[in-house]
Design a protein. Structure first.
Length: 409
């Protein structure tokens, strides 16, 4: 595809140079900031803060491909700023520019009328759909998995929550006329592999899921602005409640199939145990598997940060977020005694069932010493979080009760 510079004006050559020298990008005070990150989460120790195009300082996991983690401080509010939103690519180099006048979204396959849409047509021909939804990497928290597993050793910041605006996938397929008997719908972006022998990143959803889920969309805006390039510009798939592996970035092709879609990224990876917990005993291999799909219930304490000193006898405002696959958060509870007793938190504004839900709770340390503060959420289906993390060899689906330490002085 013929291309011009993207909005940031960075060329492919300069982007590659940036990726090779990423640790040098962040500005002053980096060493203090890195120390603070390590204090909050030992998994992040030694990882530099870097600044990529259209992004603020994020935590570098890898540069080839770019995997950039959001510092936990950005989750103090329900909406994650675009420039602080995490980045996860499978291919290197990632797309760095696109000519929007030449870009078209193709809808084809088992349809009556194969179609192509420009960005102007997506915006003018369809009623815009809007919703707030969490995008979370399947391996968020993998760095905390014990026994250790292969894969990117994320802390807990491979997630973000945004208001997405775009076109309902159902509307696009209705326009093209998906034929009866269609089985799967696949999605492919223009983030092509470096060599032709490598599998192109492509994902699929069952047609039954598409027809039952009016909230799935092709998004062209994120928090009221065009998507950042590294978050999928000019359009990406949004599959609310499902892990981000399905949220295909830099989208250019939607294909309807009359049989099961096959790709490396569906049949060989992003699969979990086909049982109730989607887990296996630590250290064992998977046998019967299914593709990963809906997110587990999760909650986090954002403030105070892990390791904070507080004053004995003075109230401490505990604040955080909770989310699930879209059933909605019913309750959040906190404990200061390793889960022996629990105190109900106050839920913040409801931005929709797929969104982060802010929560807050007062807590007063009664004596000097170290306290373990825990948080757990319960959704409207009664699903919650386990005391002990379930295990799988890919480090997916982590949703254990999260804890922090504070010291009362």
């Amino acid at each position: 595809m013929r291309s011009n510079f993207i909005r940031t004006g960075i060329s492919r050559r300069n982007f590659l140079a940036l990726a090779g020298a990423a640790p040098a990008v962040a500005g002053g005070g980096i060493f203090d900031a890195v120390k603070a990150l390590a204090a909050e989460d030992p998994i992040l120790e030694g990882r530099p803060l870097v600044k990529y195009p259209e992004k603020t300082d994020l935590i570098l996991l890898t540069s080839r491909p770019p995997q950039l983690e959001t510092p936990m401080k950005y989750f103090a509010q329900a909406i994650t700023p675009n420039d602080a939103f995490y980045v996860r690519y499978h291919m290197f180099p990632p797309p760095t520019r696109v000519d929007l006048s030449a870009w078209k979204l193709k809808v084809g396959g088992n349809v009556e009328h194969p179609l192509e849409f420009t960005m102007d047509e997506l915006r003018s021909k369809f009623t815009p759909a809007r919703l707030v939804a969490v995008n979370q990497c399947s391996g968020n928290g993998r760095g905390h998995v014990e026994p250790r597993v292969n894969g990117g050793q994320w802390g807990n910041g491979a997630m973000g929550n945004a208001e997405w605006t775009g076109v309902r996938l159902q509307d696009l397929l209705d326009h093209a006329g998906a034929k009866p008997g269609s089985v799967d719908v696949s999605f492919r972006g223009f983030d092509a592999p470096a060599a032709p022998t490598l599998p192109h990143f492509a994902k699929s959803l069952p047609m039954t899921e598409v027809t039952d889920s009016p909230d799935i969309m092709v998004a062209y805006e994120m928090n009221g602005a065009p998507l950042p390039m590294l978050n999928g510009y000019p359009a990406r798939l949004v599959v609310p409640g499902w892990y981000a592996t399905y949220w295909v970035k830099n989208l250019e092709e939607i294909t309807v199939w009359d049989h099961e879609f096959e790709s490396f990224w569906m049949q060989k990876t992003y699969r979990v145990a086909a049982n109730h917990c989607e887990c296996v005993p630590p250290g064992t291999a998977l046998k019967r598997t299914v593709p990963i799909n809906r997110m587990k219930v999760r909650s986090f304490i954002i403030t105070p940060a892990d390791g904070t000193q507080v004053k004995v006898g003075r109230p401490v405002a505990l604040k955080g977020i909770a989310f699930d696959a879209g059933y909605g958060i019913a309750d959040v509870e906190i404990s200061a005694d390793e889960g022996s007793t629990w105190q109900r938190a106050v839920l913040g504004r409801d931005l929709g069932p797929y969104s982060f839900r802010e929560w807050s709770a007062p807590w007063t340390p009664a004596h000097r010493g170290s306290f373990t503060l825990s948080v757990r959420a319960v959704n409207r289906m009664g699903e919650s979080q386990p005391f002990e993390a379930n295990w799988n060899p890919a480090g997916y689906l982590r949703n254990v009760i999260e804890k922090i330490q504070v010291i009362a002085v």
